[in-house]
Design a protein around this ligand. Structure first.
Ligand code: NDP
Ligand code: GDR
Length: 370
């Protein structure tokens, strides 16, 4: 039985990857952070009582900022594969907490690679680094491929640049099987609520049921290449099953704007949006309602721009060329943009219906707009 260790197991990708590896028959170990509230919602369905024998899903407390802890966990687990998915992964937050982002995302990767080396596991343990299309930042070539020069535009992307190169360096210096997956944006119903796609699907569902008035966004012209996280974690695994370690771009090869995402999400609910104004004055109002049950009126403002969501430096456009992954890993994304948005909207509509019932029963429904 192969043994995998996942950092960031409580995150979106960590949850999908843990499920995927368990289905493959792996013994899966995950590192979770101590938090003052439960932070294992996404993996609670995989939880196994520690009192039963022969568990194949085991969690360890840990943190990428703590080298001693990482060395101890890696020593205990003796993993065949490490997936380094843990990170302060929010680009906007990285401008607020640049040093912490560098510590966890850049130096954290170094700490894990060193743990492998210190423990003499260079020939046993394969290493996957969660690299990102944010490395391309201010793009130098369209579409972006493995050979496109990097130009990071945020403390997050600069930290991930270090992580990318230290992974390459350990591969070249110590003969380790270490590789980077340069993944473009990937989303799902369990995407963090403050990333733009989930923020949109959640808000649209709540607006449709009268639980929220308006969705406030930053740069709606921004273009992204959005895929489904479930498809992308399979590629993370495949990258570690090759004869030689290599870096791969994983993307769909199609891009949409944030505004188009909003329109698509609204359309899934039967809402047509009409736009007016430009820049910070842009607003979206209800132009048509295809579902009589929705709590909306024509002309109601449901989308507006709030400059607080603008970033000090923006990545305006990202579009990946996944040819290498297609040829060498057999990569074909199975989820279209439309079905991704539909799946997310439906899940958020179900959650909004639950909140609506809570509200109708006289309790205050939880609401926030970040
Ligand atoms: P999430 O933000 O959903 O998950 C991040 C995970 O990292 C969480 O489990 C979080 O724990 C954990 N974490 C954060 N800081 C630390 C730390 N100091 N020590 C240990 N664990 C920590 O991210 P995703 O699942 O979306 O992304 C997974 C990885 O892939 C990240 O590295 C991200 O940067 C990268 N990436 C993501 C892309 C995407 O579109 N989703 C695209 C390209 C790269 P907790 O739950 O306690 O907060
Ligand atoms: P990104 O994702 O920065 O690409 O990083 P995010 O969803 O945060 O932003 C995408 C684009 O939407 C614009 N935007 C907004 N973004 C947020 N979060 N909130 C808003 O209100 C809003 N309005 C407009 C942003 O400016 C941006 O242009 C994600 C993360 O998962 C990273 O960890 C990963 O490396 C990259 O994807 C690939």
């Amino acid at each position: 039985m192969k043994r995998a260790l996942i950092t960031g197991v409580t995150g979106q990708d960590g949850a999908y990857l843990a499920e995927f590896l368990l289905r493959k028959g792996y013994e899966v170990h995950g590192i979770k952070r101590r938090a003052s509230l439960f932070n294992t919602d996404r993996i609670d369905h995989l939880y196994q009582d520690p009192h039963i024998e022969n568990r194949n899903f085991i969690l360890h407390y840990g943190d990428l900022t703590d080298a001693t802890n990482l060395i101890r966990v890696v020593q205990q687990v003796q993993p065949d594969e490490i997936y380094n998915l843990g990170a302060q992964s929010h680009v906007a937050v990285s401008f607020e907490s640049p040093e912490y982002t560098a510590n966890s995302d850049a130096v954290g990767t170094l700490r894990l690679l060193e743990a492998i080396r210190i423990l003499g596991l260079e020939q046993k343990t394969r290493f996957y680094q969660a690299s990102t299309s944010e490395l391309f930042g201010k793009v130098q070539e369209i579409p972006q491929r493995e050979s496109t020069p990097f130009y990071p535009r945020s403390p997050y992307a600069v930290a991930k640049l270090y992580a990318y190169w230290i992974t390459v360096n350990y591969r070249e210096s110590y003969g380790m099987y270490a590789c980077n997956g340069i993944l473009f944006n990937h989303e799902s119903p369990i995407r963090g609520e403050t990333f733009v796609t989930r923020k949109i699907t959640r808000a649209m569902a709540r607006i449709a049921l009268g639980l929220q008035d308006c969705l406030y966004l930053g740069n709606m012209n921004s273009l992204r290449d959005w895929g489904h996280a479930r498809d992308y974690v399979e590629m993370q695994w495949l990258m570690l099953q090759q004869g030689q370690p290599e870096d791969f771009v994983i993307a769909t090869g199609v891009q949409y704007s944030v505004r188009q995402f909003v329109e698509r999400a609204a359309a899934e609910l039967g809402i047509g949006i009409e736009w007016s104004g430009q820049g910070v004055d842009e607003v979206g109002v209800v132009g048509s309602v295809g579902n009589a049950e929705l709590q909306l009126r024509l002309g109601q403002k449901i989308v507006a721009v709030d400059p607080r969501y603008f970033r000090p430096a923006e990545v305006e456009t990202l579009l990946g060329d996944p040819s290498k992954a297609r040829e060498k890993l057999g990569w074909t994304p199975t989820t279209s943009f439309e079905s991704l948005v539909r799946e997310m909207v439906l899940e958020d509509l179900n959650a909004a219906k639950r909140d609506s019932m809570v509200k109708e029963a006289g309790y205050k429904a939880f609401d926030y707009h970040e």
